[in-house]
Structures are given as structure tokens and as C-alpha cells.
Design a protein around this ligand. Structure first.
Ligand code: MG
Length: 373
């Protein structure tokens, strides 16, 4: 039985990544990067437990993809690590970032073999460049680049992190706490990835799967006298609007459900509960924008959408073009990839009796092609 737990930190905001997709959700085949890296490391080494630390909002989506122990991250790397350490019951812990995507098994073996030599085992690399501090040239042989993953004694690391002082790696915290550090040879493949070009240079990562995902959505709202009617993001001339917690834009609601359906991300009620006062009378375009941001962050781009408005009244024809031009940019989509059509029910049913409007929507997504941009 292994005496080692793996903690993978995947709660970052990818602020230096400059693409709409969060780093941890870039797809390698179908797997998001966090799952790809977890599977890769656990194939090389046997662990007693594996803990992935994630952004709290992402946990439900991650749970649907794996049986790994998932822990909510904090506001800093150190907070996230403390949260994860509270779940560890082995004497040793290996901590890595999902950004170190292509770590080689030889580094892991060096760390594990050396684990009894100090409180923290650290991979390091030398520097080949000339290093200057102020006007002084530093003897570069004395410089070490500290890498992760690092292997620590769990109890010492817990004590070392019980401080308000922030450290950028475990070994610095352990040494500041009076513990010991042992160096092993690092590997260029364990260098930290902060920009998407760094990731593109890694050979262990394959392309995202070339697949299209389709979702559908359906919504109905009854009419309400004396309210502004908004449909497809456009104000419609009418003496009544839609009864709803939000502005009642039934077309956008169906579209959001179609998008979430294609991404397997639940439905509009999960994302924006109508019990939440924040969403009272909210402009549904704001909801669509937030939904699209989330879909992009999770590794998808929108390829196409098709909306069918089922209404006896009002007449939709004069507004279709304006709806396309309003909604398409909110989805990062050319208007030529968004279709709006309308039909009546030939006076049948509640729609035919002019009591409300129904909308069906279909949307297609594919994975963001992070390799070719
Ligand atoms: Mg609705």
C-alpha cells in the first residue's frame, strides 16, 4: 500500500492565458487538462489517494467526469493547498500543478526514492544564462531554479503552512519553519506553464477531439399586460410582455438551455435559479453572456444555433434580422451561423389562443482548438 497522496492544484484563474478557455479545461482528446494530467501521473506512480483542488464553481462539472477526491480551492495557492492537506492521511504528500502537464516519470522516481532524506524533496535545475543582480554578475553555478512537484512530510508541511506568510512553493515554507530540504535533479518538462505558447510546445499533449456536440432547449412564457415585450434580445412593439422572474425573454432562455445541453452543463435553472433575487427582472442578454463565458471557460466554442419561435402573436418576421445581429455577437458567432425562424400553431392550443409564446432552440459546439488558435 502506498504511503503517498497526490495533490494536484487546478483552481487557478489562468489570468495570463489570454484565451477564453481556462487552462485546466483545454481539451486533450475529450479530457480536460486537469483530468489528463491526473491520469498521466497516476499511471506512472501508485498513490494511496489522489486529490484535485478545483475552483468551487467547477466542482459539480468535474464530479460528473471522475471518481477522484475533489476539494474546493481557496483564494491563493497556499489556501488551496491547506484545504487539500486537511484530507490527507498518508505520511507523505506529492504536490503538483496541473500546469506541469508533461512531468516525466524519472523525476517522480527521483523524488520518491529520496523521500526519507529530508522534510521536503525538491527538483531543481541550474541556469545556463548569465544572471545579473543590480550591476553584479552572480556566479550562476550557485543559482538553482526550484521546480514542482515537491514531495513533503505531511505533518511538517501542515505545520509550515499554518501561517499568514505566503510562500510560492512548499520547500520555502518548510525551510522557514525550520525543516529540511533535499534537492534532486529536475527536468525541463516540469517547467511551469503560464502562457498558451508554452503549452503548445509540449509534446505529450495531443489535439482536442474533432467532434460536434448538439443540444436542444425549449421554453414557454405566458403574456402579461403592461410589460415591455423582449424577445431574442429585441424590444417588440406590443401592449403586453412576458410573465417571468427575469425579463421573460423566452427565446434567450431556450437558447441558453440548448447551449448548456450541448456542453452537458445542466440547465438554465441550475445556472441562474429563479429563487435568486439577483436575477429578478434581469436582462436575459446578461444571462446569455454569462452562460457563454462559462461554456468558453470550460473548453468549448459555439459553432451554430437555430431558434424557432412558436407564436400566433406577435409577428416575428420584422424583428428576425435584428435578433440575429443582437444575439450572435453575444455568442462569439457570426450572424450567418445563427438562424431565427418563426411559426404559428394555426390557432391551436394555448399559443393559438394567444396566451403565450413557446421557443425551441438547437445549438452546436466544438472544443476550442488551442493548438491552432
Ligand atoms: Mg424561461
Amino acid at each position: 500500500m502506498s504511503d503517498l497522496t497526490l495533490i494536484l492544484l487546478a483552481a487557478g484563474n489562468s489570468s495570463r492565458f489570454k484565451v477564453p478557455v481556462k487552462k485546466q479545461w483545454l481539451r486533450i482528446g475529450h479530457d480536460p487538462l486537469w483530468l489528463f494530467v491526473t491520469n498521466r501521473i497516476t499511471k506512472m506512480v501508485s498513490f494511496a489517494n489522489v486529490i484535485v483542488v478545483a475552483h468551487p464553481e467547477e466542482l459539480p462539472f468535474m464530479r460528473s467526469m471522475c471518481d477522484i477526491t475533489l476539494v474546493a480551492g481557496g483564494s491563493t495557492r497556499q489556501d488551496s493547498l491547506r484545504n487539500a492537506l486537511s484530507q490527507v492521511d498518508t505520511p507523505y504528500v506529492l504536490v503538483s500543478d496541473i500546469a506541469r502537464a508533461c512531468i516525466d516519470s524519472t523525476v517522480l522516481t527521483r523524488l520518491i526514492t529520496a523521500r526519507e532524506l529530508a522534510d521536503c524533496i525538491v527538483p531543481t535545475l541550474g541556469v545556463n544564462d548569465t544572471i545579473v543582480y543590480g550591476d553584479d554578475t552572480i556566479v550562476r553555478e550557485s543559482i538553482k531554479r526550484i521546480q514542482t512537484p515537491q514531495l513533503s512530510r505531511t505533518t511538517i508541511l501542515r505545520l509550515a503552512l499554518d501561517t499568514t506568510q505566503e510562500y510560492t512553493d512548499e520547500s520555502s515554507a518548510i525551510v522557514a519553519h525550520g525543516g529540511t530540504r533535499h534537492y534532486v535533479e529536475g527536468d525541463i518538462r516540469a517547467d511551469k506553464i503560464t502562457r498558451i505558447d508554452d503549452l503548445r510546445a509540449l509534446e505529450c499533449l495531443g489535439s482536442p477531439a474533432a467532434m460536434t456536440f448538439t443540444g436542444n432547449g425549449f421554453d414557454v412564457h405566458p403574456f402579461e399586460e403592461g410589460k415591455q415585450m423582449v424577445l431574442g434580445g429585441v424590444e417588440i412593439e406590443s401592449s403586453y410582455g412576458f410573465k417571468a422572474h427575469s425579463d421573460g425573454d423566452v427565446a434567450i432562455h431556450a437558447l441558453i438551455d440548448a447551449l448548456l445541453g450541448a456542453a452537458c452543463m445542466g440547465d438554465i435553472g441550475m445556472l441562474f435559479p429563479d429563487t435568486d433575487e439577483d436575477y429578478k427582472n434581469i436582462d436575459s442578454k446578461v444571462l446569455l453572456t454569462r452562460c457563454v463565458e462559462k461554456i468558453h471557460a470550460f473548453g468549448f466554442v459555439i459553432a451554430h444555433a437555430d431558434i424557432t419561435v412558436i407564436a400566433q402573436v406577435p409577428k416575428i418576421g420584422p424583428y428576425k434580422e435584428q435578433m440575429r445581429k443582437t444575439l450572435a455577437p453575444l455568442m462569439g458567432l457570426s450572424p450567418s451561423r445563427l438562424n431565427i425562424k418563426a411559426t404559428t400553431t394555426e390557432h391551436l392550443g394555448f399559443i393559438g389562443r394567444k396566451e403565450g409564446v413557446g421557443v425551441m432552440a438547437t445549438a452546436s459546439l466544438h472544443y476550442f482548438d488551442w493548438i491552432n488558435g
